[in-house]
Design a binder for this molecule. Structure first.
Ligand code: FES
Length: 109
């Protein structure tokens, strides 16, 4: 599997998440306040809710349903009720293009 172009940087709004699906893998793509782009699994591990419909705060994405905030860097939930992490995908920026490989998850601790 290779990284695929999914979006353009210019299509992202700061502190807002966009849902994309690559090879049937749903992801939430976020441009944070520091200008960094993140891609994490879009489905909350507490319920079948799209995290991209939630709220970006700092380097977290909060599920709107019950308030678990997931780290955009590690995928770990920082508060209950979710306790399982979501995957974190490698993001490559090439000019204005955002490329993500759905088969590669960043090694998180
Ligand atoms: S469904 Fe996301 S915290 Fe409950």
């Amino acid at each position: 599997m290779t990284a695929q172009k999914v979006l353009k940087l210019s299509e992202l709004e700061q502190d807002a998440a966009v849902r994309v699906v690559i090879d049937k893998v749903p992801m939430a793509v976020v441009l944070d306040a520091d200008g960094e782009v993140h891609a994490i699994g879009d489905t909350c591990t507490h319920g079948d809710i799209s995290l991209a419909e939630g709220f970006v705060e700092g380097d977290t994405l909060e599920c709107w349903a019950h308030g678990s905030a997931f780290s955009l860097r590690t995928g770990q939930p920082l508060n209950l009720p979710a306790y399982e992490p979501v995957p974190v995908y490698e993001v490559t920026i090439d000019g204005d293009d955002i490329l993500i490989d759905p088969a590669v998850t960043r090694d998180v601790k």
